[in-house]
Design a protein around this ligand. Structure first.
Ligand SMILES: Cc1cc2nc3c(=O)[nH]c(=O)nc-3n(C[C@H](O)[C@H](O)[C@H](O)COP(=O)(O)OP(=O)(O)OC[C@H]3O[C@@H](n4cnc5c(N)ncnc54)[C@H](O)[C@@H]3O)c2cc1C
Length: 534
């Protein structure tokens, strides 16, 4: 202990050396502030030790934005339990430590819900979700977290800053003073160049939200998706939506990938609430068990599956729309199944939910790595993008499993390299380069929802051009002039494939802790606290 509850014993530091994703970086120390006073004392202490801070929720984000060499601030107990739902204004005021599932439990008492639904919502904190601009299956209809955040309070190096949508922030706050003096003029000067480089995609979590700020004028849009690099969120206000009680689902077996953009657009006409895609590679990995009882022989013929939900406020509304959508698919699809009964709906979706545990449980012979896992392209180029990934991974003889949010053109790719091949890292490196170039060339973004972290910072210059990078640097300097918050994330020049938790160069850790960290991942125990153990 160094004071203010900072733990520096090696077992604790190792427990926080990994999040989801590929990295292992042992921090200098770990602390778990419960109040604003404790948080402020820790920021002072970290400064005195010359250590940066890494804000962290449950550590389930994938691109290495929740690990680092400085002081990890485990915020899962911060202002514990603060979650006040106001049904009249349909808003919730909450601590960043609140998991999405807890927010939804509180909101449901008023027939309300937070409509963005990452699959990690059982544990992911609102602090982590706002900081990555998270998304989920419902994003196809409701957008990402950005659309639903009304205000945040961020603890900066210059004290707290309240940012509320549509409200001018305190003009005397040093961050705002620096922003107006340095960043606004830069954005104005480069306006045309900035616009030219914005990917034409439906989701984007790559870098600071300068383009959203240009439209809204709200600094809030810069802090959303900032991955803990601008300060520590200490309070959040979100908007809520009424719960839709009626639900029906549809499963469309697609003959070939080339049919995807057309079928997706046709489905969109029926206003689906979700629209997910399971590629053939996914069906082969996860499917046999899920389809054993189906009897439709889909597995051997389908190029992929689309799963979509329809929702409504009145009984029967969702079923009517899913039946109409199914009728419109006849002739276009290999097979269509509609489910209106809750058990049938669960059966249709079981295959999608089976993915993460199966992938996380694979062993070193086919180790699942998230390296190109978050690319998002214009929907019309979806099939082309999937084909490109197939081509590139086949060339390197590395298996890949693909699935994702079809309606948004967003594809999750898990590479499955065999770590016993001496050159596996070179193959993965070439895949990373070639797929990243392909996604940018297609007008896409390398991050649809997970963020940049330490994995994708080197891609931002190519994605956005030098003018946007200059704006990013100026934004970081306005909020965090001394680089105290999460350095090396979003802006940095480190090797994206260094500091890995797998392979010969991984920092060795005791087998007992290694097993514990592996179990968190394969059993999705992200909500479990790493703090009390010794
Ligand atoms: C199985 C699985 C499924 C997933 N599914 C989805 C999905 O469907 N959609 C999706 O978008 N993501 C998904 N993710 C990724 C991840 O769950 C999300 O990014 C989530 O929002 C992270 O929340 P967290 O509490 O774990 O944050 P962490 O991983 O701990 O942190 C994420 C980022 O937020 C910052 N941060 C956290 N709290 C604060 C704070 N109070 N102040 C400032 N910065 C902060 C951290 O510095 C870091 O940069 C999935 C992950 C897993 C393992």
């Amino acid at each position: 202990m160094t004071g203010a509850g900072i733990r520096t014993d090696l077992p604790t530091r190792i427990r926080y050396s990994q999040g989801a994703g590929i990295y292992r970086i042992i921090p200098w120390g770990v602390a778990r502030p419960e109040s604003l006073e404790e948080l402020r004392a820790l920021l002072v202490l970290a400064g005195q030790h010359g250590e940066p801070v890494i804000p962290r929720g449950t550590g389930s984000a994938m691109p290495g934005n929740n690990v680092g060499r400085g002081l990890i601030l485990d915020l899962t107990a911060f202002d514990a339990g603060r979650c006040v739902v106001d049904p009249d204004s349909r808003r919730a005021t909450l601590s960043p430590s609140i998991p999405l599932s807890a927010l939804n439990r509180a909101a449901r008492r008023h027939d309300l819900t937070f409509p963005v639904d990452p699959s990690s919502g059982g544990w992911a904190t609102l602090g982590g979700m706002v900081s990555t601009n998270a998304a989920g299956p419902h994003t196809v209809r409701v957008g990402s977290v950005r659309n639903w955040v009304d205000a945040v309070t961020v603890e900066t190096a210059d004290g707290p800053l309240v940012l509320t949508r549509g409200v001018e922030p305190d003009p005397g706050h040093p961050v705002v003073v620096r922003w107006r003096a340095e960043v606004d003029p830069l954005i104005r000067r480069h306006a045309a160049r900035l616009e030219a480089h914005i990917p034409a995609v439906r989701k984007n979590s790559a870098g600071y939200g300068i383009s959203y700020y240009r439209t809204s004028g709200d600094l809030l849009d810069v802090v959303i998706g900032a991955e803990g690099t601008l300060g520590v969120l200490t309070g959040i206000v979100v908007r809520l939506a009424p719960v839709q009680t009626d639900r029906a689902s549809i499963r469309v077996a697609v003959r070939a990938r080339q049919d995807l953009p057309r079928i997706i657009e046709r489905l969109r006409a029926f206003d689906p609430a979700t629209m997910e895609f399971l590629d053939r590679s996914f069906l082969q990995l996860v499917g046999p068990a899920a389809f054993a009882a189906d009897g439709s022989g889909l597995l051997s013929h389908a190029g992929g599956m689309l799963l979509a939900d329809f929702e409504g406020h009145e009984a029967g509304e969702a079923g009517r729309r899913s039946n109409a959508a199914a009728a419109a698919m006849v002739g276009d699809a290999l097979h269509v199944r509609v489910a209106t009964d809750p058990r049938e709906i669960d059966a249709i979706w079981a295959i999608r939910h089976a993915a993460s545990p199966i992938l996380a449980g694979l062993s070193d012979g086919r180790r699942s790595l998230q390296v190109i896992e978050d690319g998002c392209v214009p929907v019309v180029r979806l099939a082309e993008y999937l084909d490109a990934i197939d081509r590139i991974t086949a060339l390197e003889q590395v298996d890949a499993v693909m699935f994702g949010h079809a309606g948004d053109g967003h594809v999750h790719v898990n590479l499955l390299p065999d770590l016993s091949h001496a050159d596996w890292i070179d193959r993965v490196r070439r895949i990373y380069g070639a797929v990243s170039r392909a996604v940018i060339a297609m007008g896409g973004t390398p991050s649809g929802e997970h963020g940049v972290g330490r994995l994708r910072e080197g891609l931002l210059a190519e994605l956005y051009g030098p003018e946007m990078i200059a704006c990013f640097r100026a934004a970081k300097a306005a909020f965090d002039p001394d680089g105290r918050f999460n350095p090396g994330v979003i802006l940095g020049d480190a090797d994206p494939l260094a500091n890995l938790k797998v392979g010969a160069d991984a920092v060795p850790i005791p087998a007992r802790i290694d097993q514990y960290l592996t179990a968190i991942e394969s059993e999705a125990r992200w909500g479990e606290s790493r703090w009390p153990l010794h």
